[in-house]
Design a protein around this ligand. Structure first.
Ligand code: C2E
Ligand code: MG
Ligand code: MG
Ligand code: MG
Length: 288
């Protein structure tokens, strides 16, 4: 009887499901094609020193298609590319293109000391990829970007699915001077032990925590807790998704040094990024 009713349920939902499957396949096929033809764009969102207002770095964010009226959000196409395994190809392109863009930006702004850094999102699947380390090193060598100005972002799921191979890759990257950031911190289930044992440099507090401040006392306490935790573990903190001035003020009070968000700047082209750098960090040696 269970089987029969299961069948009936299936039949009832089938037409709708088929449409979804067809759409999904069509999107996946378009995405595969775009990946093979490198039809993507990158935008760069400034990371700012909250109190000083200066830009300290840029996070590379993938866009598809680069131009046009119907962009597919990365929250949609990145998981699709992860399923097909093509994220490795896309991720390698993101690395090559973003290191080239930011290396050029640094050469065009030699008066900035330290130079603005590049932060790149790396999916769990990429971290498991044996070629990943070589790809990072190749991108650094090809573009001349100093390893110390590259930051790679991982999510808590990588901390929880560590393998010897992932650990070895991360150690090799650290030895080269690359920094490691935990993205969307607070949304996963990583334990304090992982944070202590893993060679992390930066925590990025997820936007969902920032949304609740300064009005929700519980969220304020959580953000404060994360900032103090980071201090204890000697990690930098970046608050994600700052949209309002009161959020900025509270974060500055709490001692959260860095932030990203529409309040400061949206993701932009590298040319716009250069203009923002010149405007906010000055032309001369004012940033010293
Ligand atoms: P993420 O790494 O946490 O990036 C931050 C996201 O928040 C970006 O969305 C950014 O545009 C958005 N954001 C920044 N400030 C604000 C704000 O003040 N308000 C609001 N509402 N949003 C803000 P985006 O570009 O749509 O990217 C979404 C996610 O897709 C990223 O989240 C990241 O997980 C993933 N992603 C993007 N590019 C790449 C990539 O090249 N590789 C990989 N593996 N993942 C990527
Ligand atoms: Mg990120
Ligand atoms: Mg993030
Ligand atoms: Mg996030």
């Amino acid at each position: 009887a269970a089987k029969a009713s299961g069948k009936r349920t299936w039949r009832r939902f089938q037409p709708q499901q088929r449409i979804r499957v067809v759409e999904r396949h069509a999107l996946q096929a378009r995405l595969d094609h775009a990946i093979s033809k490198e039809q993507f764009g990158l935008r760069y969102q400034p990371v700012v020193d909250i109190a000083a207002g200066r830009v300290v770095g840029f996070e590379a964010l993938a866009r598809w298609p680069e131009l046009g009226p119907d962009p597919v959000p990365p929250g949609q196409f990145i998981p699709l590319a992860e399923e097909t395994g093509h994220i490795s190809t896309l991720g390698a392109w993101v690395l090559r293109r973003s290191t080239a863009d930011i290396a050029r930006l640094q050469r065009r702004t030699p008066h900035l000391d330290p130079p603005p850094y590049l932060s790149v999102n790396v999916s769990t699947r990429q971290w498991r990829d044996r070629n990943f380390l070589d790809e990072v090193c190749a991108a650094l060598d090809a573009t001349g970007l100093a390893a110390g100005t590259l930051q790679l972002e991982l999510t808590e799921s990588v901390l929880m699915q560590r393998t010897d191979q992932i650990d070895a890759q991360i150690q090799a990257l650290k030895d080269r001077g690359v920094r490691i950031a935990v993205d969307d911190f607070g949304t996963g289930f990583s334990s304090l032990r992982y944070l202590r044992d893993f060679p992390i440099d930066v925590l990025k507090i997820d936007k969902s925590f920032i949304d609740g401040i300064p009005h929700d006392p519980q969220q304020v306490a959580l953000v404060e807790g994360i900032v103090h935790l980071a201090e204890t573990l000697d990690l930098q903190v970046i608050a994600e998704g700052i949209e309002e001035q009161p959020q900025r003020d509270l974060l500055a009070d709490i001692g959260c040094r860095y932030g990203q968000g529409f309040l400061f700047a949206r993701p932009m082209t590298v040319e716009q990024g250069e203009a923002v750098l010149r405007e906010r960090n000055g032309h001369g040696r004012t940033d010293r």
